[in-house]
Design a protein around this ligand. Sequence first.
Ligand code: HMG
Ligand code: MG
Length: 296
Amino acid sequence: ELPRYAEVIEVGPRDGLQNEGNFVPTEKKTAFINALWRAGFKEIEVTSFVSPKWVPQMSDAAEVMKEVGGHSGTMVLTPNKRGIDTALAAGAKAVAIFIGVSRTFNQKNINKTTEEAVEGLLPHIKELKDSGIYIRACISTAFHCPYEGAIKPAETLELCKKLADAGVNELSVADTIGKATPKESYALFSMLIKELPDVLMAAHFHDTRKMALANIYAALCAGVTRFDASAGGLGGCPFAPGASGNAATEDVVYMLERMGIETGIDLDQLVQAISIVEPHVSRELSSWYYQSYKKK
Ligand code: HMG
Ligand code: MG
């Protein structure tokens, strides 16, 4: 049976803008984020505290937090102790760590193997928990890796289990390069929910092969009620060749609402938010809902 409510977690300001060719001016980012709050999101990944040499697009993380970090649903991405410390100093109450199931991907993304990354983060998960910080763990290459190919579901489960046992509040399980099919989505999420019933489970689909909505529907059927999505379909990981944007939030919200699943998101306000950032990004925002709205 499908749920009556689903949480759509907006990741556009982070996943979307980290992968833009150009640096989006900080005041445009914060205007975009404030407009997203007005649209009704309860949780937004607003920025990431990563090396400015690796990802210059996110080098204004502290300034972004100063402007928009006051909201209780603000989340930020952090790869290491340094990122966690600066995020907390900037007022973060929720942090998202990120680890790839694929060793090669993890090495390219954060210059550590999966094992090294987990080992390095486990003590900090405990500290964060003890100080009441919400922890989301983003699990990259949960289905396929651009370097290693197909990932075994058992390996994804093993990593998810380690993090769940360490006490993270939420897992955001990602199809980083948008290669999964609804069959894989249903199978993996059914298994994860069965094996790890005590952790919140979110699905994070990139739309490279236009399967994201179908994969979200399959995850919904498997019992997932939390979905990451990116306004305008922005997004991609700079260290995952071939990854395009996330599922476009407006298309996800449209689909869920039309299925009678409440999201609490106002689509008109969401379109307004997208139109703030659109002039500052290099790609064409091709989501069906946004394009058809503009033609109205
Ligand atoms: P490194 O070069 O191995 O580490 O990078 P380092 O410790 O030698 O640090 C290099 C420099 O960065 C040093 O500065 C550090 O101080 C600094 P220098 O001494 O050369 O001037 N540094 C930092 N600065 C700011 N914040 C920090 C930080 N840490 C070190 N936290 C590192 C290792 C992890 C830092 C680097 O690889 C990195 O920043 N990677 C981030 C990659 C990234 O952001 N990827 C995209 C996000 S993940 C994603 O999109 C996937 C997801 O959407 C799910 C999915 O779709 O799969 C979540
Ligand atoms: Mg992503």
